[in-house]
Design a protein around this ligand. Sequence first.
Ligand code: SAH
Ligand code: SF4
Ligand code: F3S
Length: 473
Amino acid sequence: MATEKITREQWAVSDGFIAKIKEDNANFAVKNGRTRLAHTETYGCQQNVNDTERIRGMLAKAGFEFTDKAEEADLVIYNTCAVRENAEQRVFGRLGILKHIKENAKPDMLVAVCGCMVQQEHIAEKIRKVHDHVDLIFGTHALWRMPELLYKAMNENGVVVDITRSDGSIAEDVPILRDKDEKAWVSIMYGCNNFCTYCIVPYVRGRERSRTPEDILSEVKCLVKSGTTEISLLGQNVNSYGKDLGLDIDFADLLRMINDIDGVKRIRFMTSHPKDLSDKLIYTIRDCDKVCKQLHLPVQAGSNRILKEMNRHYTKEQYLEKIDKIKKEIPGITLTTDIIVGFPTETTEDFKETLDIIRYVRYDSIFSFIYSRREGTPAAKLDFVLTDEEIHRNFNELLEVQNQICLEKNLEYKDRIETILVDGSSKTNKSLMSGRTDGGKIVNFKGSPDLCGKYVQVKITNPKQWSLEGELI
Ligand code: SAH
Ligand code: SF4
Ligand code: F3S
């Protein structure tokens, strides 16, 4: 299916509902002497973070203010993730708590659940049955229709549900309220065509569709005007950007175009699929001064048999060949990866091959997950060889090996001078400021809060396992 944009007329309908909600909210404020408050919570990946920014953009336009406390809110929206079972369990847990609050303290509270989790019919059904205090359920495809759905939910009894699919479409004009000024997420494509056998994403996000270069460039230029200097490009597989557009532009070309925009200082992107990582892209990362020397290249597993079962379309040897090439062309590049431990049929011998990869590549950090069975995916039909206990043992061994590597890699930074984009106070020690290096490493240092959003030079004095500590110079 060719990608279509949501037309201006279609968006105008949504915008009309934003105006209606705004009027309703204004009446509410007059009657109650306060503005209606919304609370949003986001689960899952950066794509979801970016979607929530759009949800907040629409809500702000409709006259809502925001609160961090669900119990104070008139409207609570959970933007959910389906990638692993624990993400879903957390949402069900939160819904249970909200039920209590709604019944006992806030009977008028509106509760909405949206995103990947509810795009699955069996989950939407379960919420309807078990959580009758939920007023609105909408999937990833219905994001731009949220104003109409919310208006209905505000004015009708019973739950409003929209989990229809519209695989080929992109909505461009949805307003956006971003969390940060200096850094911004920019989605360049939606959906995924890869169908890795463990993964639910293609089922809940639909087929791959790219935004046009014009739309992306104009968003970036707009961001730069409002003070953003770091752009992170998002897609489930950015390396196949543009394939559906029928233009002669691939991801590497897009990177170059963004690299040419005045005012952009740093460009990051995720995620790259190893099968589609081209030499051209490696050279582009190497040659574009603003493209950060950092690559997240999920390997998932080290055994060729498991990679095949996962439908990853590369072998361990092909993956490592790419890694070698990247390291040769871009010395010092920060490398990170995703690993799944305990995929069905995986043996401990298979797992050892994952360890081999970890030891060979020496990633700066890894994101490791215990396999979670996802209903409707091909891997859900496969059997396990290992017990839960064995899988957990392997998982812990992986962490141990990687922790040591993390520390050793960070120790290499001792006495180096790094340029940091300061993004706030440190999460672990509020008296320190924090930011990231070009390679994406977290650096904490003593400094004043007005450095936020600025690039500063920091000498690394104390490298630790999870972060670097340094002194402003
Ligand atoms: N598109 C990206 C990220 C997808 S989700 C990519 O292809 O890499 C992020 C990570 O979650 C995946 O890389 C994978 O490691 C993990 N993941 C996906 N499905 C999973 C499952 N069923 N169980 C455990 N981990 C999973
Ligand atoms: Fe899931 Fe694979 Fe697509 Fe990543 S590439 S989103 S792991 S199906
Ligand atoms: Fe989760 Fe959906 Fe992202 S399933 S990982 S929030 S695309």
